[in-house]
Design a protein around this ligand. Structure first.
Ligand code: FPP
Length: 225
């Protein structure tokens, strides 16, 4: 049976969820942040799941209206500060992937602070993709490798990426069937699951169902069984 050691999620549908209820889009992000908490706590209790990587802000999300971007930045800052005791209680190590230099000094400080304060936790690793794009990640990796001696190997490339871990199970909520520049290298052999549920309605029960289906899939990694 497959083990979903590394789960990655594209959390889509916050805006539509809010609009369906006649609310402003940002209310959907607020509700989405609550689901981040619930799903992280659920994963932290599982002995199978080692790493949960969540797409929180992409390199393309800067194209959104200024007020929405500002709201997301504030929400991230508050979420991380409020979440610190919960991470510690659940033995969750927090890390970020992506190029956070584009964020305000305040947000960068909060991200670093939570990374440092949870560095000793050896349970689940919750990795938030922040100003993350797989193409940007690969270009940054190539630039760090371009002066190395000899040919670049698979291991060298993997090691130069922000996320150095292959994804087992990649889920996208919100009904669209695309990867939107998320973990393109690491998902080479990931099993992909798409569901129509909008992220604020996503529950641990639905995640459990997806994991159950995943465990039964035959993974061949290009070989034969
Ligand atoms: C997509 O919904 C979601 C995002 C752009 C960001 C994800 C953000 C959260 C889940 C909330 C904040 C996260 C944390 C970690 C505190 P969308 O706005 O594209 O939805 P739509 O497709 O319905 O418009």
């Amino acid at each position: 049976m497959n083990r979903a050691k590394h789960i990655a999620i594209i959390m889509d549908g916050n805006g539509r969820w809010a609009e369906l209820q006649g609310k402003k889009r940002v209310k959907g992000h607020e509700a989405g942040a609550e689901v981040v908490k619930t799903i992280t706590t659920y994963c932290s209790k599982s002995s199978e799941i080692e790493r949960l990587t969540l797409y929180a802000f992409s390199t393309e999300n800067w194209k959104r209206p200024r007020l929405e971007v500002e709201f997301l930045m504030k929400l991230l800052n508050t979420y991380l500060k409020n979440e610190l005791p919960v991470y510690l209680e659940n033995n969750v190590r927090f890390e970020s992937i992506g190029d956070i230099k584009a964020f305000s000094k305040t947000l960068q400080k909060t991200i670093k602070m939570v990374e440092e304060k949870t560095a000793h936790c050896d349970g689940l690793i919750q990795s938030l993709a922040l100003n993350y794009g797989a193409q940007d990640e690969m270009i940054r990796a190539i630039n760090t490798l371009k002066d190395s001696k000899g040919d670049v190997t698979l291991e060298m490339m993997s090691d130069a990426l922000d996320c150095k871990h292959n994804v087992d199970l990649l889920i996208r909520t919100g009904g669209d069937h695309r990867l939107s520049n998320f973990l393109l290298w690491q998902s080479a052999y990931a099993e992909l699951f798409f569901c129509d549920t909008l992220w604020p309605d996503f529950t641990p029960k639905e995640l459990e169902k997806i994991i159950n289906k995943f465990t039964k899939v035959e993974r061949r990694f290009g070989g034969l069984k």
